[in-house]
Structure formats: C-alpha cells, structure tokens
Design a protein around this ligand. Structure first.
Ligand code: FAD
Length: 466
C-alpha cells in the first residue's frame, strides 16, 4: 500500500494528525505532497511575506520528512481547479492507495476537497482529519444550534475539553526506506531583512513557545495590550501556516497554569482564551460559509452606507491619517508584515467607524500584508470592529485613537519606533493630531484626515440608519 499525505496549512511533523495516521501501518510506503497554487494565492490576497514564509517552512519540512524517509513531492499547479485535475493524476502515476489530509475550512478549499474526493472515489480511499483547531468542530448549544457568541462557546469548549482532551501525536518513527519519487523543485525566494524575525521550521516555533511560556506568559494579561512591549507570543505566523500545532501550544500553557486549563492564574488563562478565540473563528468559518464569501455575518450589516473615499483609504493604508498611533500601526504592518492585536482592533475600528469605509477593504489590505493572514481570524477581527460580526463590538462603542494611544502607548515608545518624524515630541504631545501638537516639527506630519467628534456622529448616524 502507498499512502500520500497532502500537506496544506500543517507544515510540520510533530502532532500532525493526517501524517500520524498515514504512518500507522509500518508496511506502507509514505509519500508527502504539497501543491503550490500561486494564482489561487493571488486571488486569496496572500501577502508576499506570507508566501516567502511558506516556502521557507516547506524547505524545513522537506528536511524533517527526509529524516523520516518520507519524500516530498511538490506539484506546481496554478489554481484549486488544477489541483482537482493534478492530484488524482498524481495518485494514479504513483500508485497511491490512500490519501491523508487535514481539513481546511474556507469555502473554496472545501469545494476543492469535495471535488477531489469525488474524482478519487473507488480508486483511492481518502482520510480527512480535523487538525487546524484544537478541538474538532461540531459544538452545539443545548437547543442544538451552532454557537454565535464567544463566552458560551468557550464554556462549552472547556467542558468538552475536560471530558475529552485532544491527543498530541508525536512525530512518526522513520520509515524503513524511502519510496522512489520524481525530484521536486522548491522555490527559493530572495532573503529579505524581515525574514530574520520569523525563522522557519518547527524547532524555531517550539523555541518561541518555550521562551514565551518561561518568560512572558505569567505577565501576558498585564502586557498583552502594550504594543511597545514584547508581551505576546508572536506565534501567529507559525499557527497560521501550521508550523506548530495549537494543541501543543495549549499543552504548554496548561503546564504553565499548574496543570489546569482554567485555574484562574491570569496570564496563562488569558492566553488560553486567545487560543479558544482561534477555534471559535474556525468554527464560524466552517458553519457560516457566507463569511468567506465577502458577506457580513449579520445580514443587516449589508445595508450600512459605507463611504467611497479612496483618498482617505490611501491615507490609512500608507500610515498618514494624522493620528500618530494609527499611522505607527499601519507602518508596522507594511514594514514588518505583522501588527500587534490592540492596534489591529484600533486601526480596524478607525477605518470602519471614523472613516466609515467598508470593512472588506481593510480585510483585504490586511491579507495582502500580513505574514499570519488567516481568513477565519482576519474576517472575525474585521467584522468585530465593523459591528457586523458574531460577537461584534456594539456600533456605538467607538475607540478614540487619542485616548487608546495615551492608555496603551503612554510613553509614545511605539509611535516613536514607526513615526520617526514625531520622535522629538514630548510624551504628552506625541498622541495628538497635528493641530494639537505644540512643537513646530509637527508641521512635517500630515493634518488629521478627519475630526473625531464629527466622525463619531457621522458613524452613529450611518449605523442607526440600519
Ligand atoms: P498571542 O496574543 O500570543 O495569541 C496566541 C495565538 O492565539 C495567536 O498567535 C493567534 O493564533 C491566536 N489568537 C489571538 N488572538 C486571536 C483572535 N482575536 N482571533 C483569533 N485568533 C487569535 N490573527 C491571525 O492569526 N491572522 C489574522 O489574519 C488576523 N487578523 C486580525 C485582524 C483584526 C482586525 C484583528 C482585530 C485581529 C486579527 N487577528 C489575526 C488576531 C490577533 O490580532 C493575532 O492573532 C495576534 O495579534 C497575533 O499575535 P500573537 O501571536 O503574539 O498573539
């Protein structure tokens, strides 16, 4: 028998559910597959920094698989439709008897997998596993409906986890010998300065997790909202590409929490909650296909009268809104491919409320720049900010970028890092839009794109109208 393991958002050997099951039969030949689909990635707005991260991790994965005597075949397709043609042809050419893969939940990915399942019916047995979230999907309320609000979802999630904790699968033992397959080409990308912050491979991800649990997790609750501090795990690119398993992250956090999932020690507890948020948005993506089809979770959200304001949108994208914390955040995104969570919330709210621009434009721009771009989390975050989502911010609770800046970047250290033209301003002035900055050098900085009181009233009127 020949087993083909199709790697997608799970570029690792440790606790990889599909790989583990594929390797259970010691006699089977095991071959790994990755399908590159650059045209599809463009359609899905994959950021170049994320694509480079993917290739770098695939190179590391190939090495790990080599140690297990599992050869990696890389198929260069263009779109998911090509995969539907190419994967069955490859299975036939290699004499594959069983296909193993971990599920992906956005609609186009599910459609592709259904078509492949149909094309392979009778010829190859397919084994699909749930692996991207900590727990398999399918949690229902007492009345049998899917959860749409986080807190009750979390309670039920923890209850189910206590009754049936998710297993962690070790890396498989090396196969006795490697199957002969045609050589594969991995695209080497030019190294860029940013890549050093995101070293590739499972070991790098595991080291980051260990370091976080040793040094940061106990202070997570206190420091997670301060963008100038290294207070969060910075594991999101690894989780999004599947270079580390979320179950392994949970396990490490539970150990830091004296062995319990919900002991009430603030740091680990709060971090575990974020991992459950991740599962929550995977559940929403799977249950409500409309969120991956550019539609609002709340149907009435489709009626919000968004402004068509390309110049304001460009100012937001380029970090020149005239609000220092917003501009620092947007420059962090464009320059580094990552943005702190507090700032993601703040700039998303600024775009959708202060500028009254459609959340879909911001969601797309984020995807085009984020190294950790993930449809479930990104869409969930954007619809939260726009008040169109599951557990969304009420439309009248609008963050004020000046008070947020004073609260979460009190000394202005973060702003100074990304908006150097304001570096010389005092800790007090640095949060203010240009007319309120007292020093003369503020003239190098753009005028505010909108006045806050006016913006707030405009947003309230627009949201009230629906
Ligand atoms: P930590 O604070 O250390 O959290 C640990 C892990 O939990 C993260 O790596 C992430 O996998 C998960 N997580 C944390 N917060 C959330 C959340 N709110 N929703 C879902 N999962 C979460 N996260 C992404 O991974 N990809 C995205 O494309 C993305 N887009 C976002 C867009 C907006 C508008 C908002 C408000 C949030 C978005 N997030 C996204 C969630 C969150 O901002 C990032 O996961 C977090 O900043 C990553 O940093 P970290 O790894 O240090 O997180």
């Amino acid at each position: 028998t020949r087993h083909l393991v199709w790697f997608r958002q799970d570029l690792r050997v440790y606790d990889n559910t599909a790989l583990w099951h594929a390797c259970l039969d010691p006699e089977a030949d095991v071959i790994a597959l990755f399908c590159a689909t650059p045209q599809q990635w463009r359609l899905h707005d994959m950021a170049p920094v994320r694509e480079r991260f993917l290739w770098r991790n695939l190179t590391a994965l190939k090495e790990r698989l080599g140690e297990l005597n599992i050869p990696l075949v890389v198929k260069h397709c263009q779109t998911f439709e090509d995969c539907v043609q190419d994967v069955p042809t490859l299975c036939e050419a290699l004499g594959v008897t069983n296909l193993y893969a971990n599920c992906e939940y956005p609609v186009n990915e599910q459609k592709r997998d259904r078509a492949i399942r149909e094309a392979l019916a009778d010829k190859v047995s397919c084994h699909w596993h749930h692996d991207f979230g900590i727990k398999p999907l399918g949690l229902l309320t007492k009345t049998g409906n899917p959860y749409t609000v986080f807190s009750p979802f979390k309670r039920a999630w923890i209850e189910r986890w206590r009754a049936d904790p998710a297993p962690i699968y070790p890396a498989p033992e090396p196969r006795r010998c490697s199957a002969a397959v045609p050589g594969s080409e991995l695209l080497a990308s030019d190294k860029q300065a940013m890549d050093q912050f995101w070293p590739a491979g499972e070991d790098a991800a595991m080291n980051r997790l260990a370091h976080f649990c040793e040094d940061r997790i106990d202070h997570y609750k206190a420091k997670r909202d301060l963008p100038a501090e290294p207070g969060t795990s910075e594991l999101s690119p690894y989780l999004a590409a599947g270079v580390i398993s979320p179950r392994v992250c949970l396990d490490a956090a539970i150990r830091a929490n004296r062995g319990d999932i919900h002991e009430g020690r603030q740091g680990p507890d709060t971090w575990i909650s974020e991992l459950i948020w991740r599962d929550f948005y995977i559940h929403i993506l799977d249950t409500y296909p409309r969120v991956s089809m550019n539609r609002c979770f709340r149907v009435e959200g489709e009626k919000i009268p968004w402004r068509n304001a390309p110049e304001d949108f460009a100012a937001w994208c380029e970090g020149r809104t005239g609000y220092p914390i917003v501009d620092a955040a947007m420059r962090q995104l464009v320059q580094t491919g990552w943005m702190h969570n507090r700032l993601r919330m703040l700039v998303a709210m600024f775009l959708t409320k202060q500028l009254l621009i459609d959340w879909r434009e911001g969601e797309r721009f984020f995807m085009q720049h984020l190294i950790d771009g993930d449809l479930g989390a990104n869409n969930g975050g954007w619809q939260w900010a726009a008040s169109t989502g599951t557990d969304a911010a009420p439309y009248f609770r609008i963050f004020n970028p000046i008070t947020q800046s004073q609260k979460f970047d009190a000394s202005g250290a973060f702003i100074r890092r990304f908006v150097p033209e304001l570096r010389e301003l005092s800790d007090k002035d640095i949060h203010m839009p240009a007319p309120l900055m007292r020093q003369s050098l503020a003239s190098a900085y753009p005028e505010p794109v909108v006045e806050l009181k006016f913006a707030r009233e405009r947003a309230l009127a627009a949201f009230k109208s629906v």
